[in-house]
Design a protein around this ligand. Structure first.
Ligand code: SF4
Length: 290
């Protein structure tokens, strides 16, 4: 794909005389109010003969972005503030994306009012972030690029382990606990499967010998039939239960659905007031690469 992107790009733009490149992978900071700074790293900064500057961003996305999305893009628009400050000769500044997989360029433009508003919005976002004291982890595909990984509760143990020798790794208390839990969990699954199979075999054994109790050394197993009931899961059935006055008596609250509604704040405040919350802990086992 890389080869194809480069070949298509080359064929499209040779002999590359549309724009003059002024900078590649620029490294600078845009000064904001209160000494805040916005990191500026432009893939390629170019200008044409008329003095219009182009902030070029190269994308290998497998999906083309919609124009509306690009018109809302913060990053390149913020870079354009830096370009206007740094190059006062700029007649105009355009934001340009090259979608290499589609051999297509897309452009977005911003006026002074839009940029002023974006700057204020960004500053207020910085203020909000700096005032925040609670940063819940949000594990995602960009974690490997995150500068806080070594401090992050979701990763710092892994980062610590990377620095350990194989012996220190094996002796780590966390590694020992997780490995033992994983071993027991897999044994539990094997045991549960085996219990199910033995019960099936016992039923067959009892049926063949016409037994209702099968004896072992210290224990006995009672084997007896029961009626499996299948409840209709239709609205009509629920209506029937209601009509017969059974619904109120028999229906139970669906707690997992209720929890999801609470988390999404879709529950009336009067109901929320009745709910007490206390912190609990859960442990979920998963694969390292999950
Ligand atoms: S490493 Fe931690 S802090 Fe960084 S993005 Fe991932 S979850 Fe968030």
């Amino acid at each position: 794909m890389g080869k194809k992107f480069i070949a298509d790009y080359y064929d499209h733009y040779k002999p590359f005389d549309q724009l003059t490149t002024i900078g590649l992978e620029t490294q600078d900071q845009l000064e904001l109010s209160q000494n805040w700074k916005y990191h500026v790293r432009i893939d390629r900064l170019s200008k044409n003969k008329e003095g219009v500057y182009y902030i070029c961003d190269y994308k290998t996305n497998s999906q083309l972005k919609a124009q509306e999305e690009l018109d809302q893009d913060r990053q390149l628009a913020m870079y354009s503030l830096w370009v206007r400050q740094r190059y006062p000769d700029a007649k105009d500044v355009k934001l340009m994306w090259f979608f290499l997989a589609f051999d297509q360029e897309m452009i977005s433009e911003r006026n002074t009012e839009q940029l002023q508003k974006l700057k204020l919005d960004t500053e207020s976002l910085i203020k909000e972030i700096e005032a925040c004291e609670n940063f819940p982890t949000e594990v995602n595909s960009l974690c490997n690029w995150c500068v806080y990984k070594s401090m992050c509760p979701a990763w710092k143990h892994d980062v610590e382990l990377e620095a350990k020798t194989p012996k220190q790794f094996k002796d780590d208390d966390g590694v020992k606990l997780v490995d033992e839990l994983a071993k027991l969990d897999s044994e539990k699954k094997i045991t549960e499967d085996r219990i199910y199979q033995i019960k099936e075999d016992l039923i067959k054994f009892a049926q063949q010998k016409d037994l209702s109790v099968v004896f072992g050394t210290d224990n006995k197993a009672t084997v007896k039939p029961y009626d499996k009931i299948e409840y209709p899961k239709t609205e009509e059935f629920v209506e029937l239960l209601k009509k017969k006055g059974l619904f109120e008596e028999l229906a139970v609250l669906n707690y997992s659905k209720f929890l999801s509604k609470i988390l999404k704040r879709e529950v009336d405040t009067d109901v929320l007031r009745e709910i007490k919350t206390e912190q609990g802990w859960m442990v979920r086992l998963g694969k390292r690469k999950e």
